[in-house]
Write a protein that binds this ligand. Structure first.
Ligand SMILES: [Zn+2]
Length: 237
């Protein structure tokens, strides 16, 4: 039979410990620490994105360089042939080719200018974001130090809870009961163990009517069954 007295003592102590943890988590120092961490992470992500963008622009530049190389080859071919052309159709053909090269050159020039502008903006953005990143890191360090002070101020209290909980767990001395308790704790259903008095009809935690099948399992001292409404462990002391 489970040691319900010890389980209830463990449960009470754990709830007090959880309340202390909540208090620590909800301090301004912790909120600031979390916000400072997020600012650093966001800034790092921004820098990473900007880096990827910069690489994309460099790739686009490379592509334009290749295009320019192709055009100058085409142009060189036309210039070579030009002197020997006598046929009027051929002249018009080379004129068209020359104009096409000229148009494409203009296009490449425009694209290069656009890329240059984008890269310039990106460069300024990265410069600025690097400064942000540095100052966010400084802020994070001081927020971390402030939160550590809060942790330190509660350290002996936390230590006391841990020791008492360990001692109570030894008193419970029941792996199955602890497993049930921790599963319900994870599901945020504390208290996990709720006393049931045979003859009554509702779960005294959630207030719902207990199914007859469950009630049938809760007759004698030491009986444990699950409330079908809230999932907590009902027990008969
Ligand atoms: Zn219930």
């Amino acid at each position: 039979m489970m040691n319900f007295d010890a389980i209830l003592k463990y449960q009470d102590e754990d709830e007090k410990y959880i309340a202390l943890q909540r208090k620590i988590v909800s301090t301004d120092e912790n909120k600031k620490f979390i916000a400072a961490k997020k600012a650093v992470q966001d800034s790092a992500a921004n820098l990473k994105k900007a880096e990827i963008k910069a690489n994309e622009i460099k790739e686009a530049y490379k592509k334009l360089e290749e295009d320019i190389l192709k055009l100058s080859t085409e142009l060189a071919e036309i210039e070579q042939i030009d002197d020997n052309v006598v046929d009027i159709d051929e002249v018009s053909y080379y004129e068209k080719a020359f104009n096409s090269i000229s148009d494409r050159t203009d296009e490449i020039r425009k694209k290069t200018e656009q890329l240059y502008d984008t890269l310039e903006k990106l460069r300024r953005y990265i410069e600025n974001e690097k400064k942000n990143y540095q100052s966010f890191n400084v802020a994070l360090n001081s927020a971390k130090a402030a939160f550590n002070e809060v942790l330190k101020s509660h350290a002996s209290e936390v230590d006391g809870f841990k020791k008492r909980l360990n001692a109570l767990e030894a008193e419970v001395n029941d792996a199955e009961a602890m497993k049930m308790y921790n599963a319900l704790k994870t599901a945020k259903k504390l208290p996990a163990f709720v006393e049931f008095v045979p003859g009554t009809t509702v779960c005294c935690r959630c207030g719902m009517e207990i199914e007859s099948g469950v009630k049938a399992k809760l007759k004698n001292s030491g009986d444990v069954a699950e409330c079908s409404s809230c999932g907590r462990k009902l027990f008969v002391r």
